[in-house]
Design a protein around this ligand. Structure first.
Ligand SMILES: Cc1cc2nc3c(=O)[nH]c(=O)nc-3n(C[C@H](O)[C@H](O)[C@H](O)COP(=O)(O)O)c2cc1C
Length: 256
């Protein structure tokens, strides 16, 4: 009986032409788009700042003016497990400045547990429309409760409730469980003048960067990469491969 079923199923597959799907490896090697023209290169003389935050601001502000870029503040954040396995996910950058890049999350989440154990992280912005990416390496620190609470209450109330509802990264039986939790909190807090208390398991982090690389894609694939980093002990810029920046940063051009 069972084997008849299998034969029937495989007949159905072959009728639908789905047999080929079984062991299929899809070749997307030919996928490529045109990047910038040769006269649109990113040279050292184009740096608007000799430290990474000013340069980031210039690129980020430009990304924000492009309607094609829906979430210019989305960044892919990579953390590492105790066993040394990396994992990456997107978060929204909610502030940046000379002190670093800020984001908010659940302090009980997988990423938070990993950062607790190893504060070294990497984060990458990608603005496809501009053929630009910014790549950050650094270590995280938790923001203080006051700043996290201030930001929490600046969010729309449904988002505040959602943050309270989810024990992020933990397995859950069904979506219904979440919806039921949300409904209880909505009844309690969707009332004018009533404030949703920030849960202690939710808050922000700041990435304090050690290196920030600016990448601009070029049509001829000779992409531009200019990397700011903190100098190694005793390292002196030679003005050729390594240049003196500002605020304790040096910068160098990397091969694409
Ligand atoms: C564009 C985008 C933005 C996101 N922003 C955040 C965020 O700011 N904070 C957050 O905790 N999760 C955010 N998420 C969800 C995370 O990618 C991820 O699913 C969640 O944080 C759990 O990750 P973890 O299990 O590795 O801790 C975002 C997802 C996307 C696609």
């Amino acid at each position: 009986m069972g084997s008849t079923r299998i034969i029937n199923l495989s007949n159905t597959f072959s009728k639908l032409g789905l047999n080929s799907l079984r062991n299929m490896s899809i070749d997307i090697g030919g996928m490529r788009i045109k990047y910038k023209d040769k006269d649109d290169t990113f040279l050292e003389s184009h740096l608007v700042s000799k430290e990474p935050f000013g340069q980031f601001k210039a690129w980020f502000d430009e990304a924000c003016t492009k309607k094609e870029i829906l979430e210019p503040n989305a960044m892919c954040l990579a953390t590492v497990s105790k066993e040394g396995f990396p994992s990456a996910r997107f978060v929204l950058c909610k502030g940046y400045g000379k002190d670093g890049f800020k984001f908010f999350t659940n302090y009980g989440s997988r990423k938070a547990n990993e950062m607790n154990n190893n504060p070294n992280v990497a984060a990458t912005f990608y603005w496809e429309f501009l053929n630009r990416s910014v790549r950050i390496e650094g270590s995280v620190e938790k923001l203080d409760e006051e700043e996290s609470t201030r930001y929490f209450h600046s969010r729309p109330v449904p988002s505040q409730i959602a943050a309270c509802t989810s024990f992020q990264s933990t397995p859950i039986e069904s979506r219904d469980v979440l919806v039921a939790r949300e409904a209880v909190l909505e009844q309690e807090y969707m009332i004018p003048e009533k404030e949703v208390p920030k849960p202690s398991f939710w808050g922000g982090y700041i990435i304090r960067p050690r290196a920030v690389e600016f990448w601009q894609g070029q049509r001829d694939r000779l992409h531009d990469r200019i990397k700011f980093r903190k100098p190694k002990d005793g390292e002196v810029p030679d003005g050729k491969l390594l240049h003196q920046g500002e605020d304790g940063w040096v910068y160098e051009r990397l091969s694409p």
